[in-house]
Design a protein around this ligand. Structure first.
Ligand SMILES: NC(=O)c1ccc[n+]([C@@H]2O[C@H](COP(=O)([O-])OP(=O)(O)OC[C@H]3O[C@@H](n4cnc5c(N)ncnc54)[C@H](OP(=O)(O)O)[C@@H]3O)[C@@H](O)[C@H]2O)c1
Length: 335
């Protein structure tokens, strides 16, 4: 039964993110209401606060990634897609409306951007089964057009460069592809399956990657897509040219290297092939081989969000997922 009272949430006000009370959102056709147990943070959360302030989107609830239990099914949710009480993890488009994951309840699409939580994953771990793993799949299968792990493969094994292997997206790309980071995270990315690891702070990284790949690298995922990485990642591609999956928009500095952008929110749209990605992630997780990003629980539940956004904006997040447990949030009176 949907709660009628207001919920605690973190939302946009004229002075920035505020921890307070808002109405519980209602699921529309094809949507579900999820009681959030844990929410995880992505860079888009702090970036979208700036955009929302500029657009005066006051009242918009912040947060994309969540894990929790299905509280209520909206109208027209196809039979068997979701069940009340089911443990689910996924993402929504936060900071644009009165619905976001940094809250006690979130409305999500029933069959897009959401997966059942594997039994061995806690809610805190599953809170990151949103933007990062869906983006990782988009880069590999939509942009680079690589076959899924469950499709028959023909021809020789491909080598793919995953730039930013310690980033949240990068950790999932490595694991999904199985197949650079700074030295402090070398053990982590090798443990996830990277065959060779390079230090992105090394001045001669491009020469080293070109040597290691015999100048024949033709595909890469740029999970940072920022700063020097446009030159670096396209520069690592061999003399025959190639293709790079990017997740922040940039122009390719090399005419023989095509860059192609993808955006996770596109997978939530009804005309997208979002269900294909839901099925794929569900199957990938069922292999039992995927490790979540190391979870860093922030104290105070949703009270910690403001500090977490600041910490991430300052570039201090390293190979970890800032995560908030809703139950850790202190109660505040209803309005
Ligand atoms: N298009 C989309 O839909 C989409 C989806 C998800 C993310 N994104 C964007 O993609 C970016 C990454 O997101 P995320 O959640 O994966 O970030 P994140 O985990 O917060 O990124 C932090 C990590 O990035 C690594 N890093 C920073 N600069 C690097 C560089 N120049 N080269 C290699 N690694 C570097 C750091 O490694 P060390 O700790 O080793 O220094 C750190 O571990 C963000 O800008 C985000 O907005 C876009």
């Amino acid at each position: 039964m949907a709660p009628t009272k207001q919920q605690i949430a973190v939302y946009i006000t004229e002075t920035g993110p505020l921890f307070g009370r808002k109405d519980v959102p209602k699921p529309g056709p094809g949507q579900i209401l999820v009681k959030v147990v844990a929410a995880a943070q992505n860079p888009t959360d702090w970036k979208s606060v700036g955009r929302a302030l500029k657009a005066s989107k006051y009242g918009a609830i912040i947060g994309n990634d969540f894990a929790g239990t299905v509280e209520e099914l909206g109208p027209d949710v196809p039979a068997g897609v979701r069940t009340v009480g089911e443990r689910v993890g996924g993402f929504v488009l936060g900071t644009v409306s009165a619905n976001g994951s940094f809250a006690e309840y979130v409305v999500a699409e029933a069959d897009r951007g959401i997966v059942p939580i594997p039994e061995s994953w806690s809610f805190e771990e599953a809170a990151q089964l949103g933007v990062a793993p869906f983006t990782a799949m988009q880069c590999l299968h939509q942009t680079l057009e690589l076959p899924s792990p469950f499709e028959a493969r023909s021809g020789p094994q491909r080598t793919v460069l995953i730039w930013g292997g310690a980033s949240s997206v990068g950790q999932y790309v490595i694991q999904f592809a199985k197949l650079g980071a700074s030295p402090k995270n070398f053990d982590l990315v090798k443990g996830l399956g990277a065959d060779e690891v390079f230090d992105y702070r090394d001045e001669s990284i491009i020469e080293k990657i070109r040597a290691a790949t015999n100048n024949a690298l033709d595909i890469a995922v740029d999970t940072i897509s920022d700063g020097k990485t446009p030159e670096q990642v396209t520069g690592a591609i061999g003399d025959m040219g190639g293709r790079v999956a990017i997740i922040l928009l940039y122009e390719s500095p090399r005419p023989d290297v095509k860059v192609k952008y993808s955006a996770a929110p596109d997978l939530l749209k009804s005309e997208s092939n979002g269900r294909w990605y839901v099925d794929l992630l569900t199957k990938i997780l069922a292999t039992g081989k995927i490790k979540p990003n190391p979870v860093n629980i922030q104290s105070g539940g949703l009270v910690g969000v403001k500090g977490g956004l600041q910490y991430m904006q300052e570039g201090k997040v390293s190979a970890q997922k800032l995560t908030y447990r809703i139950a850790d949030t202190p109660d505040i009176p209803e309005l």
